[in-house]
Design a binder for this molecule. Structure first.
Ligand code: PMP
Ligand code: GLN
Length: 386
């Protein structure tokens, strides 16, 4: 390094490397079974891969339209209509993004001004806070408590102020594996109806929901969807987190603003992947219709295989994550326990406290069950020995 190297003053001084990267690296170092970072250890549909190869060979290799390939936006609009009884306008209300992460960033950047307050629910997914901070917003966190992680709507109302601009919710919820009900949406609407407050609903696990009444999207709520950005990710639905294609649906006025950010963040998203996803959505709605049963089977394999362990399993209504309480096994805090577990037991998991700002004194870890049965059984065998 030259003596003239400048060291910038960090705009995100408190941020380090994400827990997902850290735990996956530790899993690799110790050759542990990796149930930490959320990604499948199996491949997505063959047809989707074939369509990708087809579109590459057919020459669809230049920039896609800024808002997304028309065929994909149309397919998303039709799917939204079929599932949530609302058809967004494919031209002005659907935007294809580089994963849900980019949609979240673009929406937060478009909606949050310096000094605005943003409410989120802890434990919360790790990409919200940095985006809010970079926009000069102030995050107000509502701490949810295990095992049900239910929102205390009185505490929510008490947190609202004239500065509140945005609420970020996530259902099915990573990492708690709980889902929002109609009553939650009704309470949210009642609290914010009279104020200029927007909503971002992170619904990347919309098709991985085991709740009796299924997934309830913000888009199914006529009042709320007038001020909401619903965010989804094909990475979760088609078992290909590495493709990084997601999308968001929002009213035209909100979409216009978030597209201004998207336009200069990525401009557009991988063209052949978008075309392949459009083909897949049209050819096989069964894929996402069958996803709850597909993942419920995996969830139950892991739960059953852990029946003789000293872990206490929490209810799991959605996502591909299972929470386990390890109090009967160790007194270590959750971060130390996950490091120990990776090194000594050969299983990597995610500690829950990293998703919270307030102290989170519970002894909970998150296990990803988007894995082949053999992987789940091998991990459970190790965990049962503890
Ligand atoms: N939100 C949540 C709750 C997630 O779990 C994830 C990814 N794991 C994302 C957003 C980001 O999705 P993507 O990989 O499509 O950017
Ligand atoms: N969302 C994934 C998880 O919760 C990880 C994504 C990432 O590694 N950034 O595990």
């Amino acid at each position: 390094m030259s003596d003239n190297t400048l060291i910038p003053q960090s705009k995100l001084p408190s941020l380090g490397t994400t827990i997902f990267t850290r735990m996956s690296a530790l899993a690799q170092e110790y050759q542990a079974i990796n149930l930490s970072q959320g990604f499948p250890d199996f491949d997505g549909p063959r047809y989707l891969q074939e369509r990708l190869a087809h579109h590459v060979a057919a020459g669809a290799n230049q920039y896609a339209p800024m808002t997304g390939v028309a065929a994909l936006r149309e397919a998303i609009a039709d799917k939204t209509d079929a599932l949530y009884g609302f058809r967004p306008d494919a031209n002005s209300e659907v935007t294809v993004t580089a994963g849900a992460t980019e949609a979240l960033y673009a929406a937060i950047t478009a909606l949050v001004r310096a000094g605005d307050e943003v409410i989120c629910f802890d434990p919360s997914y790790d990409s919200y806070a940095p985006a809010v901070e970079l926009s000069g917003g102030v995050l107000k966190r509502i701490a949810l408590q295990p095992p049900h992680f239910a929102v205390d709507w009185q505490a929510f109302a008490a947190l609202l102020s004239d500065k509140t601009r945005l609420v970020i919710l996530n259902t099915p919820h990573n990492p708690s594996a709980t889902v929002w009900t109609k009553a939650d949406y009704a309470a949210l609407w009642q609290a914010i109806a009279e104020r200029e407050i927007y909503v971002i609903s992170d619904e990347v696990y919309e098709h991985i929901c085991f709740a009796k009444d299924g997934h309830d999207s913000v888009l199914a709520h006529p009042q709320l969807r007038g001020r909401a950005v619903a965010v989804s990710s094909f990475g979760k639905t088609y078992h290909m987190t590495g493709w990084k294609v997601g999308y968001c649906v929002a009213p035209a006025a909100i979409s216009a603003e978030l597209r201004k950010v998207h336009q200069y963040l990525t401009f557009s998203v991988n063209t052949p992947a978008q075309l392949a996803l459009a083909d897949m959505l049209r050819a096989s709605p069964e894929h996402y219709q069958e996803l709850p049963a597909f993942y419920q089977q995996k969830r139950d394999v892991l739960i059953n295989a852990l029946a003789d362990s000293r872990l206490e399993i929490l209810p799991c209504e959605g996502t591909y994550f299972l929470l386990a309480d390890y109090s009967a096994i160790s007194d270590l805090d959750d971060v130390s326990f996950c490091e120990w577990l990776t090194r000594e037991a050969g299983v990597a998991a995610i500690p829950l406290s990293v998703f919270c700002v307030d102290p989170f004194p519970h002894k909970l870890i998150r296990l990803c069950f988007a894995k082949q049965t053999a992987t789940l059984l091998a991990a459970a065998e190790r965990l049962c020995k503890l």
